[in-house]
Design a protein around this ligand. Structure first.
Ligand code: ADP
Ligand code: DP6
Ligand code: CO
Length: 354
């Protein structure tokens, strides 16, 4: 009798917020970046993607439902992820004829983000990490997170870093085929567990310019961008790794804020200019700068991805100061305070049901 069983696997994946930003591709097909990047993976208690992948001989097409809406899966990114994962499954099936031939079946994916999608809070990172992880679990693939990160990278560059918890680098690599462009752990969350982040949801609206389109426009038009990826980011990567190793929040904050500001300067240097931050974002910057000046040390470190929403890193001991000060100055303007207690996540993904 034909196998009509529906096989399925569910997983969750966290967002990661870069402290050295990825912005620019040297290869748009393989999602190979012009510079390495570094991020902190946030706790899934607050922001996460939940994804279920299923396959069956009875399915007649691949599909992806995101937040209850059918998505186009014919795009290069989704296709690349499905193709690479199926190829790995095929290898297992070739080695073991008793395995069901899942590689021959179509795949259905259902995903939900519990935070704003396409609003500069790394939904593509959590989303593609969860998609790859769910299908890898469905196929019972033995590949390591670093190997899987190369597949997630092809879905969305930043997604490769969400396969790990803690402090994570995406090493840009040299190879033309992308075989050395992958995520690696810089330090586990337990190395610096005092690190926390508060996320100010300034706007949950979908951004006007997607990260993919924005960075291509930058690559094509910005002179400042060339200076950034050649002369600045390589040094910032080293300095940031040292700051993490030494748990030096002063250095961590200085480089985080400078990198975010330079990334947004590069967006402004793009033709036509891209404005991801708005007036409330700038008010958040001023508030953190004022707090740090008042205290005579780095208490908070702001960073903004491709959107207006602020992520402010701080050390646990300073929680009252940061939340009190920002709350007093920004409360009426900020729509929602998500992840008030977002810690650094110990795991990149999590298979526990919830
Ligand atoms: P963000 O700043 O949120 O990462 P991007 O412009 O980089 O915004 O990417 C948003 C796109 O990522 C969405 O339009 C969608 O195509 C994809 N995406 C977001 N969440 C998911 C998910 N859970 N599963 C699959 N794809 C997702
Ligand atoms: C500003 O990874 O979303 O958040 O690879 O085209 O999907 P694609 O872009 P994406 O870009 C993220 C840009 C960023 C910085 C970062 O996360 O490093
Ligand atoms: Co993104």
């Amino acid at each position: 009798m034909a196998d009509k069983k529906i096989y399925s696997a569910s997983t969750t994946a966290p967002v990661n917020i870069a402290i050295v930003k990825y912005w620019g591709k040297r290869d748009t097909k393989l999602n190979l970046p012009t510079n390495s990047s570094l991020s902190v993976t946030l706790s899934q208690a607050d922001l996460r993607t939940h994804t279920t992948a299923a396959c069956s001989s009875t399915f007649t097409e691949n599909s992806l439902w995101l937040n209850g809406e059918a998505q186009d899966v014919s795009g290069a990114r989704q296709t690349a992820c499905f193709r690479e994962l199926k190829a790995l499954r095929k290898k297992l099936e070739d080695a073991n004829p008793f395995l069901p031939k899942l590689s021959e079946y179509f795949v259905h994916v259902v995903s939900e983000n519990n935070f704003p999608t396409a609003a500069g809070l790394a939904s593509s990172a959590a989303g593609f990490a969860a998609l790859v992880r769910a299908i890898a679990d469905l196929y019972e693939l033995p590949e390591s997170p670093t190997e899987l990160s190369k597949i997630a990278r092809q879905g969305s560059g930043s997604a490769c870093r969400s396969l790990f918890g803690g402090y994570v680098a995406w090493e840009m690599g040299q190879a033309a085929d992308g075989s050395d462009s992958c995520a690696v752990e810089v330090a586990p969350a337990s190395h610096w567990p005092e690190m926390k982040a508060v996320i100010l949801v300034v706007s949950a609206a979908k951004k006007g310019v997607s990260s993919t389109a924005g960075m291509q426009a930058t690559v094509n038009t910005s002179a400042l961008f060339t200076y950034r990826f050649r002369n600045v980011v390589p040094k910032t990567m080293e300095a940031m790794k040292a700051a993490i190793k030494n748990k030096d929040f002063e250095q961590f904050a200085a480089h985080t804020m400078a990198d975010s500001n330079q990334f947004h300067a590069v967006c402004l240097d793009t033709t036509p200019p891209i404005f991801y931050m708005n007036g409330v974002s700038r008010a958040a910057i001023r508030a953190v700068e004022a707090l740090n000046t008042l205290e005579g040390r780095a208490v908070g470190a702001y960073t903004f991805d491709a959107g207006p929403n602020a992520v402010i890193y701080y050390q646990e001991k300073d929680e009252e100061k940061v939340l009190g000060f920002l709350g007093a100055l920004l409360a009426p303007e900020v729509a929602e305070w998500a992840g008030k207690y977002a810690k650094v996540a110990p795991e990149g993904y999590d298979n526990r049901p919830f």
